[in-house]
Write a protein that binds this ligand. Structure first.
Ligand code: 5RP
Length: 216
């Protein structure tokens, strides 16, 4: 799978042009994107990172990263995903960075998802990552537990102070679940990305890259 991850990351790096503002995702697939971007030797790109880990990796490899406070638009954002449905729904947040990943994706004119072939599934089946606010946490946990088993990860809080959790929930029809989570004030973010957000999914299949345009 690493060769498929590398392949799609390198294909995505080719979509970046000098002068662009670029959002960098998080995870093991994005780990291949950073050296591919560094190798292109851009002089003028401006990058924002979706996690401290990505920020550190980018800086180490000579890709300058700035806080996401001085840019109001990104030309492109590139990120991995945990699962992609045929309709273009994503589950993201396996690495716990889902809130910043969605903020970055929503700010991008083009959001490109890079995955190995194992992530393109006929239907979403993974537990759904969430970022929960600390204030009123027990009440939020109680509300969410009515929908499925909720597990709070034993991790430190996110850079924005939230707690990362996973909800075992039936995602056969994702839209109402997404709306329910958007409406819960205790949920700072959730890892369901609706098809509207994504422009293209690049899927590594052996030595080929399948480009699935998402028209949601
Ligand atoms: C992190 C994410 C990642 O993009 C997702 O978990 C995929 O990671 P990987 O490329 O390591 O399989 O959403 O929060």
């Amino acid at each position: 799978m690493d060769s498929e991850k590398r392949l799609v990351a390198e294909a995505a790096a080719e979509l970046v042009e000098d002068g662009m503002a670029v959002g960098l995702g998080t995870g093991s697939t994005v780990a291949f994107l950073i050296p591919a971007l560094a190798a292109r030797g851009f002089r003028e790109i401006r990058c924002v990172a979706t996690s401290p880990a990505t920020e550190a990796a980018a800086r180490e490899q000579g890709v300058a990263v700035e806080p996401f406070e001085g840019l109001d638009h990104l030309d492109i954002a590139i990120d991995g995903a945990d699962q992609v449905s045929p309709e273009g729904w994503l589950i993201k947040g396996g690495g716990g960075a889902l809130l910043r990943e969605k903020i970055v994706a929503e700010a991008a004119g083009r959001f490109v998802v890079i995955v190995d072939s194992g992530k393109a599934v006929p239907k979403l089946t993974r537990a759904l990552p969430l970022e929960l606010r600390r204030f009123g946490l027990p009440a939020c946990v109680r509300r969410l537990s009515a929908h499925g088993e909720l597990t709070i990860r034993g991790w430190p809080p996110s850079p924005d102070g939230g707690l990362i959790a996973d909800l075992e929930i039936d995602l056969a029809v994702p839209a109402p679940i997404s709306a329910m989570l958007d409406a819960d004030p205790g949920v700072a973010g959730h890892g369901l990305f609706e098809p509207r957000i994504t422009s293209d999914v690049l899927i590594g299949r052996g030595t080929e890259v399948e480009n699935r345009a998402i028209s949601g």
